[in-house]
Design a protein around this ligand. Structure first.
Ligand code: SF4
Length: 371
């Protein structure tokens, strides 16, 4: 082999190691809706609008936001379970939109999903063994040793090989979610879209499932797109966090940047509801006014302006870009005209003593000299 060819091959290997596993550019998904008399009224649900992000290999990117903000639609777009209106998605360097049906089937093996409702996602008429053998047969994996592979998968998720002969209704919610995880692992994926995987579970079970997902990630080098509305859960698993509001990403950064120094007013409001696990500290609660506007007619300019406590006239006129703060020297980005001026203290923990300033003022008034 020539030196040039060897350099090219080693260069490609280095690119494969450093390139993101998933790259999403200018992703848009609009769903047409019909209504009114004889279905003549028309509109468009702006589910996802102009979204960009990357997921590195072995990384967890959390997508957070209120229900209806478009985060689950993004998960389905990445897996190409729904077609985008526009924009592009690359998976391991391949343009997912340009794949033939054969190539897409091969690609799908490497991208799996875990659903929110484990019971609804498991066929009640199949045993757990049949459920786990199905993806193996579909992709021609473990031929001749399916039984052993099913036993391995059950043990990987903390279940017993004997559970293969039982039906989904014989398991608890947490165990059913473990079966869903085993089914996703069966095809040895690189990426798993976790769509609210713990929100239907009890808090103690949530922690067990999150710990299991973390262990499996370390063991198999998985990447997760973790879709959630519960920031307390996200804090335990995410490496980076993207916050969505009405179809757009309004802030993205590392977990520490988002949790310790949220810059967008919407992120600050979301985080203000998360308890601080430290005695003597609490967050200053920010209560947003009004409801989330309809995605059929999103507000002009900044979509958050109808609820933002910092809104100015320009906010309804011009849409803010998702920008980095060059002065801060981090990769954190926020979409707000005024985010550099808004104090990040909106969601920073404060001492209980300081919070009770009414009492302090009263004491000071008693101690002040009488005129
Ligand atoms: Fe609030 Fe204006 Fe910033 Fe939007 S652009 S988040 S309305 S201050």
């Amino acid at each position: 082999m020539s030196a040039a060819a060897a350099r090219e091959i080693s260069g490609r290997a280095a690119d494969a190691a450093t390139d993101p596993l998933v790259r999403v550019e200018r992703l848009v998904k609009h769903f047409p809706v019909r209504g009114g008399f004889a279905g003549r009224g028309r509109g468009v649900v702006h589910a996802v609008d102009d979204v960009d992000f990357k997921i590195a290999r072995h990384e967890t990117l959390a997508l957070v936001g209120e229900s209806g903000c478009g985060k689950s639609t993004i998960g389905r777009l990445v897996l190409r379970l729904v077609e985008p209106t526009s924009g592009r998605i690359w998976f391991d360097g391949a343009d997912v939109g340009g794949l033939s049906s054969t190539a897409l089937r091969a690609q799908r093996r490497r991208m799996q999903i875990i659903f929110q409702d484990p019971y609804a996602s498991l066929n009640p008429r199949m045993t757990v063994g049949q459920i786990l053998r199905e993806p193996l047969a579909l992709h021609g994996l473990a031929p001749g040793r399916e039984r052993e592979r099913v036993a391995e998968l059950l043990q990987l998720v903390g279940l017993h090989p004997a559970h293969a002969d039982r039906y989904p209704h014989e398991f608890s919610g947490g165990q059913r979610q473990r079966i869903g995880i085993a089914r996703a692992l069966a095809v040895e994926p690189d990426l798993i879209v976790c769509d609210e995987p713990v929100s239907a579970l009890d808090v103690s079970i949530q922690a067990q499932v999150v710990n299991l997902l973390t262990d499996l990630q370390d063991r198999f080098g998985l990447a997760y797109l973790f879709i959630a509305h519960d920031l307390a859960v996200v804090k335990h698993i995410a490496k980076r966090v993207a916050v969505m509001y009405l179809g757009r990403i309004v802030e993205i950064g590392t977990r520490d940047e988002i949790f310790s120094r949220p810059r967008h007013p919407y992120t600050q409001a979301l985080l203000s509801a998360v308890p601080v696990p430290q005695p003597g500290l609490e967050r200053r609660r920010i209560v947003l006014q009004g409801d989330v506007p309809s995605p059929i007619a999103p507000p002009s300019g900044c979509r958050f302006h109808t609820r933002c406590p910092y809104a100015q006239p320009i906010c309804s006129e011009r849409e803010p870009a998702l920008e980095t703060d060059a002065a801060a020297g981090t990769g954190q980005r926020a979409a707000c005209h005024f985010w550099r001026d808004i104090p990040p203290a909106g969601a920073v923990a404060v001492h209980h003593d300081a919070a009770d300033d009414r009492l302090q003022r009263l004491q000071a008034a008693f101690q002040a000299p009488t005129p």
